[in-house]
Each structure stands twice: as C-alpha cells, then as structure tokens.
Design a protein around this ligand. Structure first.
Ligand SMILES: [Zn+2]
Length: 375
C-alpha cells in the first residue's frame, strides 16, 4: 500500500488550476478583499456596493454612485501593474515554495520576463510581507544578534575591491597595526588598550580630523533576531558596523514585539543586562562554557541565523543595506510557515497582498534609516 504523504504535493499544474486564467485570479482577489465577492467602490466617502458595472473591454469597474472607475487591483500590491495577474500568481507560487528564495534572474527565466521586471516583482512581494509591527512574541523568547559580512572566497571582483581599499588606506594612514606586527614577526594578539594615554587619544583625534578615519573594508551588517519557542520569529537590521549592536538599538525592538510576561533568553552579552527589569525573567547562557547549560540555550535563534546566511550565500550573494530588511521579512515569512504544506504556504501569503503598495521610484530611492526600522 502506498504511504500517504504528510504534505500532499502542490505542483505548478495544481496552482494553475486555481489561478490559471485572468478571470479566476480576479475572482479570487474579489473574494479576498470584498465581502462575498461583491465589488465595492474603493474611493473614500463612497464605498458603494450596489449596481457597479464591469467594463470588460477596459477591465475596470464603474461606480454608479460617484461615476468613477476603479480597478480590482487598487489597494493591493498589484496596483497599476501592467503585467497579467496570472503572471503575478505564478511568481507568488515560486516565491513562497522555494525554501531559500530565488533570485530575480531565476524568476525571469521561470516567467519569461526581463530580469528587471522580475526584480521589481520580487520586491513588491517582499513589501507585501511588511506588517511586522502587528507581530507579538510571548512565552520563552530567544534573542541574539549576528554579523553578516561579504565573503571574499572566490569573488575576484570583491577581492580586487578590498586590495584597492587597503592600498588607499595605507597611502593615507600608513601601515596598519596588524601589518606592522606581521612584518616584524611580533605576536598578533595584544591588548590594544595598553599604553593608550590621554595624549595618544588627543593625537589620534587631531589625525582623524585631518585624514579622516581609517576604515575597514566592508563593515558587517548587524542583524538582530528574536524567536519564540514553538512560535514565530522576527528579524531586524540594526545597521552597518560592529558598533551598531548597542542596547539603545536593540531594546526598542524587543519592547515593541515581546510581551512583558515573557521570559527572555540570551547569551551573556552586556546588551541584555537590564532585561530582567522589563520582563518576567531573564536567563543567560555562558557560551564560553557550553552551548546548553542546565537546559538553557539559544540554539533556536542561532539556527535561524545559520539558514539566513545560507540563503544569502546561496541565492543572493551580496545585499544592499537599504534592502536588507526586505530580505529579512522574506526569510521570517518562510520560517514562520516552514511546517505547513506548499498549498498552505501560498494560502498564507495571499491575504498579505491587500493594503500594501510599492512604487518603483520609492524602491530605487530607498535609504536605510535606523530610526525607522520598518522601512
Ligand atoms: Zn464610488
């Protein structure tokens, strides 16, 4: 006897059966956004539900009350897109079922569109998941931060860029401490603070004002993550550079998303020292002694980070800081629906389409604003 699958397969064919024609897609969106699928005028102060006509040649509805036309996609992420809805639903299929995401190049091959079209589509789908503020974590919550830096490895372009950067820094500031010690053959591990007097600090300040600061090549991006045991996760970017993992950056995020009745579990980092005041309890694990001590661990959130890094290395390679939160949303969504079947994943995603919009101009002029983490 054939064993029944835990999650029945959901192929592209079965997806096309549901969303294979424009008519089916329109019908689905209508049912999603309007009660019983009855078209309702979206214009403010009208909201007319009666006697709205469909103009099939223009694919828009005509409101009999305010005499304006409206499209079914108004107020969804598809708003003012010229692409057929069937293509959008196909993109949603690929976007939700791939375990580690797919690049715009791959999506363009799957859909037969240009790469830039696929890129914009993917970013709109990520924007659809932008409702982090409504998420609340409860119970036992693991918190941790991680650093994601580009991996030089076999990336020749990046290696060349680093070489040029190092040469430029050497020209301005001279050899770095690291290089000096390496040339002289001194042991590399030293206490940097040793011998730093007030005069030396003053001298450094003067030098920095003249020459600018010595910068490392490509500072890592700092990501903060929270995981509710047997529940959902939430990830957010703190900024670029080691110094961004600060208490002032982290605490507002925890307070926004974690209820005060929760137990916070973290490593012994000084960032979380005061967590006991605002939450029910705060447990710590000393990572220098072991990863699980008396049953306390944060291996759940470490696992999330591991898979996040795999996704970036395997699919996207290099992400811009101002787009990073969008990719984190994608990863969080995927993690939160991990145990569901493919069909349930798609069904989970579809209601997110409503009430969000991303214009191309907004996307390409996006900047990273540390005060507005939802951007
Ligand atoms: Zn109207």
């Amino acid at each position: 006897m054939k064993k029944e699958l835990k999650h029945p397969k959901y192929s592209l064919e079965s997806h096309e059966e549901r969303f294979g024609t424009e008519e089916k897609c329109r019908q689905y969106i209508a049912e999603l956004r309007w009660e019983n699928g009855v078209p309702t005028c979206p214009h403010k102060e009208c909201r007319n539900m009666y006697m709205n006509y469909y103009i099939s040649s223009r694919k828009v509805w005509y409101c009999s009350k305010c005499k304006k036309q409206f499209s079914i996609t108004k107020g969804t992420i598809f708003e003012s897109s010229n692409l057929p809805l069937t293509l959008w639903f196909k993109a949603i299929y690929y976007f939700t079922i791939h375990k580690r995401g797919l690049s715009s190049c791959q999506l363009s091959r799957n859909l037969g569109t240009e790469q830039r079209t696929a890129w914009f589509m993917l970013h709109r789908l990520r924007e659809a998941l932008n409702n982090n503020d409504s998420l609340n974590l409860d119970g036992e919550v693991e918190v941790d931060e991680t650093f994601i830096a580009p991996i030089l490895g076999k990336d020749v372009r990046l290696q060349r860029k680093k070489k040029n950067h190092d040469a430029e820094m050497e020209r301005i500031h001279g050899l770095s401490e690291y290089k000096k010690r390496k040339l002289r053959g001194y042991p590399l591990k030293t206490n940097r603070q040793k011998g730093v007097t007030k005069e030396v600090i003053e001298q450094r300040k003067i030098e920095q004002a003249l020459l600018g600061e010595r910068k490392n090549f490509e500072q890592p991006i700092v990501v903060f993550g929270m995981l509710q045991r047997n529940g959902k996760i939430h990830l957010e970017v703190l900024g670029k550079g080691d110094g961004e993992a600060r208490k002032e950056n982290v605490f507002p995020i925890i307070q926004r998303h974690v209820t005060s009745k929760s137990i916070i579990i973290s490593d012994q980092s000084s960032i979380y020292k005061t967590a006991k005041k605002s939450f029910k309890d705060h447990q710590t694990v000393n990572h220098s002694k072991g990863y699980v001590i008396k049953g306390i661990h944060i291996n759940g959130i470490e696992n999330v980070f591991k898979h996040l890094k795999k996704m970036i290395q395997g699919t996207f390679f290099h992400l811009k800081l101002h787009h990073f939160n969008a990719y984190l949303r994608e990863h969080s969504f995927r993690w939160n629906v991990l145990k569901k079947s493919d069909r349930e994943k798609v069904d989970e995603f579809l209601p997110e389409l409503l009430g969000k919009r991303l214009k191309y101009g907004e996307l390409i002029s996006r900047t990273f604003n540390p005060l507005n983490f939802a951007a």
